[in-house]
Design a protein around this ligand. Sequence first.
Ligand code: FEO
Ligand code: CA
Ligand code: CA
Length: 706
Amino acid sequence: MTTAPFGSNGRSIELHLSRRGLLGALAALPVLTVAAPAAASARSFSGPGYRGVAAGFVSVAENRADTVTVPEGYGWQRLIAWGDPLFDSAAPAVPAARGAPFPQTRAEQEQRFGSYNDMLVLFPQPYTYPWPEGPEPARALMCVNHEAVSPFLCAPDATQLTERSARWTGTADQMEALYAAMGVSVVQLACAPEGGDWSVVKDAAPGTGLNRRITPFTEAVFSGPAASHPWIAAAGAVFNHEEAARSGPVRAAGAIKCGTMQNCAGGYTPWGTYLTAEENFRNQFFTSDPQSAVLRDGHAADPALPADREMFRYGGGWPFGGPAQYDLSGNPQGPSLYGWIVEIDPYDPGFTPRKHTALGRKQNECATTVIARDGRIAVYMGDDNAGEFVYRFVSKGRFNPLDRTANRTLLDEGTLQVARFDEDGSGAWLDLTLETVTAAPPIAGMAPFTSQGDVVVRCREAARRLGATHMDRPEDVQAPAGGDFMGRGSIYVVCTVNTAEAYKAGNAANPRRTDAAGQPELNRTGHILRIDEDHGDHTSPTFRWGLFVVGGDPAAERVEHSLRDGTVINASSWVDGRPVNSGDRFGAPDNICFDRAGYAWISTDGTSDVFDCNDGVYVAPLGTSDGPRPVKRFLTGPVGSEICGPFVAPGNRSFFCGIQHPGSSGLEGRSYRGGPGSPFSTFPDGGWPRDAVIVVRRTDGGPVGT
Ligand code: FEO
Ligand code: CA
Ligand code: CA
């Protein structure tokens, strides 16, 4: 247990770390080995603190089944699905015909589990620091992200216009229900003793316990350098004006009724708060009048707005309108309220969700928190778009295990940095400050930056100007750390795929296979990098990097493979003439977590785009013996789903994950989109498909994966 007042002054930090943190961290520091100095992108790692042997289960075979498949000796349970009530006051969800059983009003959805469950975390109940590492907890608080919503599932008369858009004319309340399906769920869980099932513990009604929904209509406050940015002020006024008629005046000082949405991955802090990452927020904005004077004048008045076209594009992905505050025609700066890392306190419903602008505005995928040696907090983030970047934030203040309230302001102030990966296997974190960005060579067409608030709001542009390395859609960026959250210096960066022609050439950290003519191919199967911070220090300005695993087929250096459209690719997972990993083939890694036995658990979102297999979960040792890293397929999801939110519970006996959008796509081009008759997937209850969280355990109650 921690006894020293960690963070209250430099001396106590030193004492604390020298006793239980620093020596342990130093002992566990992985050793970088350069297996092939001439082939910089094919280095591999080994570490004396990690096991290098393959996981112990027998791999699941490739399949296209409409169910969850786990290894022999394992079983799974459905824990909760979209529409399930969080309160006794809401009626049970009864899956039946298309659309009908699902919440059709905003008020209904605000009492129910949201859609498209992505990241999930189990918080100890009650909170302690360090977090317990076992045994299996009897009670926990689960936070779950709800990334998106599909009108095809909840609107009975939605029909398909194109592959990605729908026609639907719902009532205003039904449209608001779609928005309210996104955000975050906080759910109390109980685990029956001696390996019994996990279950949801409902509260009587909203406000009577810790279960709650945070939606795009919940109040949020902004902290950090952009808290008073003129775009946020202007957009916030529109949001609060539109919501006043619907839900009354704002209650928390300075709050904006924009809540959070498009919540993909995220993180959790040593002080017991949840960090949710807002990713594809632009999808929810629309334009009822592209020629509106407000929109035209807004862009004319602020030259930076059109330069950030990807974040402010005219006409979002939502083709049938929505609440007025999301109409760019009347609120051109509306998107500036999203793209942030948002802190939520699951133990304290009175804490207004806090948007930390110091961490930068982008299509955030995650926010992984570790405690650095000096007690400062490092937060790692990926920006999931082709050619976007990997970020680190280092707090100004230090963690204090005795003051949870004070820790909730640690992310208000610090230094935001972006990664540059050099060809020789080294790298650097570049400070994103007004001074450094202004001093960097200007880019034609990019508006000047006028404040630090401007730098964090237009984070992507600032990173480009600094010369950061373009990546293959960096999704999860995670660091193995125990219940004390002390980082050991290693970070894993999951690059899912990159099919953008603009980045076809790749770079050292984003290697390319070549076609028969020796030309680079698009990265269709993804890869995972490992970063080792220099000296194991999560505040170090420099690092080393190498490949951890590469998606694809490890069978040979050239594996010619036909995609569904007839394109022939080299699907090999070899790089520079060497197999980086062995075992089961996979594609499009998305999320990664770590168990306490030294294994990485990797979930995929797009394996079925390349191979004839549903998305799944793959397990690989963090260390290596001689030879390529052995990867094994632990789980496959139902057809059309991707797997999200892998999480190994303390005690290593329960593996949680999210089954997202079952039936959304699949064999022979069929999907639930617009098709009458029987649904393509009936997961999990035999009716129309629903997103769900599941738990996997060994039938003998032993540790999973080993
Ligand atoms: Fe929401 Fe980038 O996956
Ligand atoms: Ca993701
Ligand atoms: Ca995903």
